[in-house]
Design a protein around this ligand. Structure first.
Ligand code: HSE
Length: 466
């Protein structure tokens, strides 16, 4: 039935929603054309899967599609993926400016060029699928604003949790819930490294090299180990869960670089695993968010302690649904391709039958993020000390001056003799829940003592019962 709608000049009623004539013509006569930008690990996985499972996808989605062109950085680079050279270009603008290309898949990573690309594609009216968490965490608010203004959707399932369908779950399946908290392991590389260090005493570097070989790590793996990859993902989850734009500088981030083999010895002895944990928690009483990514001690009987290797897990606690856990491969070519292609199908459906889709809906006022110094947990503090009489008492006295309470102490039976004849030991204090800022001040004081041999190592001990 032809009629005039508010949304478009001339529209058709198609299965209950409004579509332009162009959409209907497309649906009747055309194969949707995809433009893929980036043919690295994930791009290759997407291309291969679109080829391999093409008929399954067409049958399930009831849509005919083809990859029309692929933009790459370097045309002469040898590739593992079989692709007709005539499909390649080294200029993504050709894809954005091609009127026959309906959807752009952005898989180049980085922020600056990816921003220009997504901006140009949205302006050209082409739905965009991206897995670029850094882009969304840093510039998502601007892009989502443009996407809403233009009515052109931006999809980002692959930006968090690899193959785990967490984005669509937060957007749709959990829509009736106030999210009370999210706790998760959302960097596959660091989880792989920590698991290897825990299970087989592999060195940090060997485990990182292996993760890179397996294609989990970012091009610049410092983002994986310094916590920022997880932080970008945490910002996306928090923005979606609470409908609030968030300033990336507000998140407290530390990486796994300071975790040592000896920490795993203590963790095991005390009943914990060590995980790079993301914590997003709403404090209703002060209407503020706790937002942090840090290596943390997780009780061995908690499900997150048993998430190993490249696997990710995200525990979402909603006021209606209660606890949910999303688990799966959080990195790698195929799991990430699976998430990208889920979005490609959503984008294709949207091309044929425009409905309601918003990538991120900023329905809340800007929420305050609690200063890291004011966040409260118990802690594990490891001092490397000169093993002499009274050292525990000296350190405990300093902590007590700052009103820091010690719940237990622990040390290793094997002390180490240094060249100067002194004996070194690792001394661990478990600290009662207190503000991070208070603990830091006490540790700074304690570090001035001549019995301390190296910078103390501090990890949070995570509690999951509130
Ligand atoms: N490098 C990321 C990780 C994968 O290790 O989780 C993509 O997000």
């Amino acid at each position: 039935m032809l009629f005039f709608s508010k949304r478009c000049n001339i529209g058709l009623l198609l299965r209950g929603s409004y579509a332009t004539i162009a959409h209907v013509i497309k649906a009747m006569s055309n194969t949707l054309q995809l433009g893929l930008v980036g043919l690295g690990t994930v791009g290759a996985g997407v291309y291969e899967t679109l080829c391999r499972n093409h008929s399954l996808l067409e049958a399930r989605a009831q849509i005919s599609f083809a990859v029309k062109r692929v933009a790459v950085r370097n045309l002469s680079r040898p590739r593992d993926v079989e692709i007709d050279a005539s499909m390649l270009t080294d200029d993504w603008r050709e894809l954005v400016n091609d009127p026959t290309i309906d959807i752009i898949i952005e898989l180049i990573g980085g922020v600056t060029e990816a921003y220009d690309l997504v901006l140009a594609a949205l302006r050209a009216g082409k739905p965009v699928v991206t897995g670029n968490k850094a882009l969304l965490a840093e510039r998502g608010s601007e892009l989502f604003k443009l996407s809403a203004e233009k009515g052109v959707p931006l999809y980002f399932e692959a930006s968090c949790g690899g193959g785990i369908p967490i984005i669509q779950s937060l957007q749709n399946s959990l829509i009736c819930n106030h999210v009370l908290s999210i706790a998760g392991i959302i960097n596959g590389t660091s989880n792989y490294i920590l698991s290897s260090m825990q299970d087989s005493a592999t060195s940090f570097l060997d485990a990182l090299l292996k993760a890179q070989e397996l294609g989990f790590a970012e091009a610049d793996p410092s983002f994986d180990v310094n916590g920022w990859d997880a932080a970008h993902k945490a910002l996306i989850l928090a923005m979606l869960a609470y409908g609030t734009p968030l300033d990336p500088s507000k998140i407290a981030v530390s990486g796994i670089e300071r975790v040592e083999a000896v920490d795993f010895q203590f963790a095991k002895k005390l009943g914990y695993a060590i995980k790079l944990l993301v914590v997003i928690k709403r404090h209703e009483e002060i209407d503020a968010l706790e937002l942090r990514v840090q290596p943390s001690f997780v009780p061995l009987d908690h499900v997150l302690a048993n998430v190993n290797g490249v696997f990710n897990a995200i525990a979402v606690n909603g006021d209606i649904v209660g606890e949910t856990i999303f688990y799966g491969r959080g990195a790698g070519k195929n799991p990430t391709a699976s998430a990208v292609i889920a979005d490609v199908v959503m984008a294709m459906r949207e091309c044929l039958q425009p409905g309601y889709h918003t990538g991120f809906n900023p329905y809340s006022k800007n929420m305050t993020v609690i200063d890291q110094a004011d966040t409260v947990t118990p802690y594990y503090v490891r001092f490397r000390v000169k093993d002499c009489p009274g050292v525990i008492a000296r350190l405990a006295t300093i902590l007590a001056r700052h009103e820091i309470g010690i719940s237990a102490t622990s040390s290793l039976s094997n002390t180490v003799k240094s060249a100067d004849g002194t004996t070194r030991n690792e001394l661990v204090f478990q600290i009662h829940a207190c503000k991070w800022g208070l603990l830091q001040a006490s540790i700074d004081d304690a570090s001035k003592e001549d019995c301390i041999d190296a910078n103390p190592v501090v990890f949070r001990i995570e509690q999951f019962n509130d």
